[in-house]
Design a binder for this molecule. Structure first.
Ligand SMILES: Cc1ncc(COP(=O)(O)O)c(C=O)c1O
Length: 386
C-alpha cells in the first residue's frame, strides 16, 4: 500500500529524536524548547473552574470573547499594534496553528516565501505542506545582521511573503526598529505580506525592546503577527496561541482554522482568560529569571571552550564548538551532540537542524535554558567538566 508522497517524505525531526535519546539515558534535556516550569496558578485555577462548570463545548472558531478582549488590550499596549477590536484576533492551537492558517490563507502552491537562516524548522516544514518554495537569506554570527541587499535580490515575481522570527529561535536575534523599517520599505516596494513569529516577545535582554513589525504604520496592513501562551506562561502542552492582523485576513484564517480543527480547546481558553496576567511584575520576574539562566548557560559553555554569541532574546544559546573540533567526538554537530549525551548526559540540538545546507550548522549546537534552576545548574556543571 502506498502513502501520500507528502507523508512518505516526512521524518521525525532531530529535536524530538534527541528528546527520545536523552530520555533513554535519563539525562538532562537542553534540546527541545519544552519549558517545564510551572504555569501560573491563576490560569490553572481558571481552567479547573471552566472544566467544573462544563465549559466543554466547541468555542466559536475565532476563540472565546473574554480571551480575545484581553488579547486586544495586550496587543495594543505591549505590541503597539493599532487593532480595532476582537475581529483582528484569532485564537489558535498554539502559534503553530496560527502559522498553518496564515500560510493557507495567504499563499498558493508554487508561490515563493523568503526566510532568514538560521530558522525555526516548523516554518519550513509547514510551507512545504502547502508546496510553497522557500528562499533563505543568511544572517551571520555573531551579530546575526541582515543583508538587506541580499534580501531584496532574493525577491522574484513569485515571492509573496517574508517570514521573520523575533526574538529568533535558535540564535536569539532581536530585530531592531531600524531593521524593521528597512524590511517594511521592502515589503511595500514589492507588495509582499509579512508573517512574524513573536512567541518569545517577553524575553529580550540587556534592555533591548521587543518591537512588532505591525506597530509600524507602513507594515500593519500587510502583516500577520503570531504569538503564543506556550512560552510566556509555561504551557506548551495546552496548545493556545493567536494571530493578529487585518480583519479581512483574520476572518479567512478563522474559517481555515475551523476546517482544520474547529477551535482551540475551549475550557483552557476560559481558564486563560480568567488568569490572564496583566500584572507587569509577572513579566519582570520571568525576564530576570531567564536573564540569570542565560548568563549561567553562556558562561558554562564559554568555560567548556565554546564560542558563544550571547543571545539578545528568547531562551536558547546557539554556540559554536569549532575551537574543540580537534578533540575526539567533536568533528561535527551530530557527533558533538551524541558526545554530550554519552559523556555528560546533556541533550542539545545539532546545528544542521536550523539550516538548509547541513554544513552551515556543522560546528553549532543549540542549548535551551528554559529549565528548572537545579536542573540547569547540574547541566552547566556537567558541561563545564567536559
Ligand atoms: C519560533 C517558534 N515559533 C513557534 C513555536 C511553537 O509555538 P506554539 O507552542 O505556540 O505552537 C516555537 C516553539 O519552540 C518556536 O520556537
Amino acid at each position: 500500500m502506498k502513502l501520500s508522497t507528502l507523508a512518505e517524505d516526512l521524518r521525525q525531526n532531530d529535536i524530538r529524536a534527541v528528546t527520545a535519546r536523552i530520555n533513554a539515558v535519563n539525562g538532562i534535556n537542553l534540546g527541545q524548547g519544552i519549558c517545564d516550569m510551572p504555569a501560573p496558578d491563576a490560569i490553572k485555577e481558571g481552567a479547573k473552574a471552566a472544566i467544573d462548570n462544563d465549559q466543554s463545548i466547541y468555542a466559536p472558531f475565532g476563540g472565546v470573547e473574554p480571551l480575545k478582549r484581553h488579547i486586544v488590550d495586550k496587543v495594543r499596549s505591549f505590541n503597539g499594534i493599532p487593532v480595532d477590536g476582537p475581529d483582528n484576533i484569532l485564537i489558535t492551537a498554539g502559534s503553530t496553528g496560527a502559522f498553518v492558517t496564515a500560510v493557507f490563507a495567504l499563499l498558493d502552491p508554487g508561490d515563493e516565501v523568503i526566510q532568514f537562516e538560521p530558522w525555526y524548522g516548523y516554518h519550513g516544514g509547514i510551507l512545504k505542506l502547502r508546496d510553497v518554495s522557500q528562499k533563505t537569506v543568511p544572517m551571520s554570527a555573531p551579530s546575526w545582521e541582515v543583508d538587506f541587499d541580499r534580501l531584496e535580490s532574493a525577491i522574484t515575481p513569485k515571492t509573496r511573503a517574508i517570514v521573520i522570527t523575533t526574538p529568533n529561535n535558535p540564535c536569539g536575534k532581536v530585530w531592531s526598529r531600524e531593521e524593521l523599517e528597512q524590511l517594511a520599505a521592502i515589503l511595500e516596494r514589492h507588495d509582499l505580506y509579512a508573517i512574524t513569529d513573536e512567541v518569545y516577545e517577553y524575553m529580550t535582554y540587556d534592555g533591548r525592546p521587543h518591537i512588532s513589525l505591525a506597530s509600524l504604520e507602513s507594515a500593519a496592513h500587510r502583516t500577520i503577527t503570531l504569538s503564543s501562551f506556550s512560552k510566556t506562561f509555561n504551557m506548551t502542552g495546552w496548545r493556545l496561541g493567536y494571530a493578529t492582523g487585518p480583519e479581512w485576513i483574520i476572518e479567512k484564517m478563522g474559517l481555515l482554522s475551523d476546517l482544520f480543527y474547529i477551535c482551540a480547546p475551549s475550557p483552557l481558553q476560559y481558564g486563560l482568560a480568567d488568569g490572564f496576567a496583566t500584572d507587569r511584575a509577572y513579566y519582570e520576574t520571568m525576564l530576570r529569571d531567564y536573564d540569570r539562566k542565560r548568563t549561567r548557560m553562556c558562561e558554562a559553555l564559554e568555560t567548556a571552550g565554546f564560542t558563544v554569541p550571547w543571545p539578545e532574546g528568547a531562551y536558547y544559546v546557539f554556540a559554536s564548538f569549532e575551537p574543540l573540533r580537534d578533540r575526539p567526538g567533536f568533528s561535527n554537530d551530530k557527533q558533538a551532540c551524541e558526545t554530550l549525551i554519552e559523556e555528560v548526559g546533556v541533550g542539545s540540538v545539532p546545528g544542521r537542524s536550523f539550516y538548509t545546507d547541513p554544513d552551515d550548522g556543522q560546528y553549532l549546537l543549540r542549548f535551551c535554558f528554559a529549565k528548572k534552576e537545579h536542573e540547569l545548574e547540574e547541566a552547566c556543571r556537567r558541561i563545564e567538566g567536559l
